[in-house]
Design a binder for this molecule. Structure first.
Ligand code: ADP
Ligand code: MG
Length: 223
């Protein structure tokens, strides 16, 4: 559905990605790992079209509108007056266009997604005052109401306490199995590799050093 061919990204002299070739196929659950600064977020930014490669090629069989994205950092003023429900609705508005009336199907989809993400009880709360984990769940819901075929999650479990981490993995596993969407899950933490990963891609200093079986000995890569 999407592929990178010998893609390099430079920030000034520094190469954030160094000749990376990667093909994303429908139905995969790819865990993208690597230490801090290895180029994971840069790779997602390429896939979503936020940045362009310095060299190499991107081949897209799906449009940007078919991708859902959870960014690594959420920077909005916490006093910004927007409720959880509004944030999720925004995801649907973005895909429908601003002046389209919501149908019953739209409302049902939104309710179901909020149910799946277990954020129904938060719906009237101001978004800015949620915990980090709650914000991430709301933003995944926002991404999902556009019914994406590819979901990109940048460090969804980083900074969460162990119960919240487990809940996140459980929620994402259910989304993956029930909605049959392709997912790229990014983490720099060894123990946050989901057991149902179908393929592991490991980056180090901007280079892809592993692409395949997730049951590889990861400790070696960090050495
Ligand atoms: P990761 O997500 O794996 O931690 P990043 O893709 O964020 O890694 O960063 C890869 C490298 O590129 C790092 O050395 C980082 O400092 C650098 N980098 C990332 N974004 C920028 C930017 N906008 N300008 C300059 N350097 C950047
Ligand atoms: Mg990152």
């Amino acid at each position: 559905m999407l592929s990178l061919q010998e893609v390099t990204v430079r920030y000034r002299e520094r190469k954030a990605l160094d000749s990376v070739t990667l093909e994303i196929k429908k139905g995969e659950f790819i865990s993208l790992m690597g230490p801090n600064g290895s180029g994971k977020t840069t790779l997602l930014s390429l896939l979503t079209g936020l940045i362009s490669p310095s060299s190499g090629k991107i081949v897209r069989e799906i449009s940007q509108a078919e991708m859902g994205f959870l960014p690594q950092e959420v920077s909005i003023d916490r006093r910004f007056p927007v409720r959880v429900r509004d944030v999720v609705f925004m995801g649907r508005v973005q895909i429908k266009g601003p002046f389209k009336r919501f149908t019953r199907d739209d409302f049902e989809l939104i309710e179901r997604v909020m149910e799946d993400l277990r954020i129904r009880h938060l719906e009237k709360r101001p978004f800015g005052y949620l915990s980090g984990g709650e914000k991430k769940k709301v933003l995944i819901a926002k991404a999902l109401v556009s019914s994406p075929s590819l979901l990109l999650l940048d460090e969804p479990t980083t900074d969460l306490d162990p119960p919240a981490q487990e809940e996140m993995i459980e929620i994402v596993e259910r989304i993956y199995r029930e909605r049959k969407i392709t997912i790229i899950w990014v983490t720099h933490i060894l123990s946050h590799l989901p057991s149902f990963t179908t393929r592991l891609v490991f980056l180090k200093d901007g280079k892809k050093i592993w692409d395949g079986d997730p049951r590889v000995n990861l400790e070696e890569f960090y050495a």
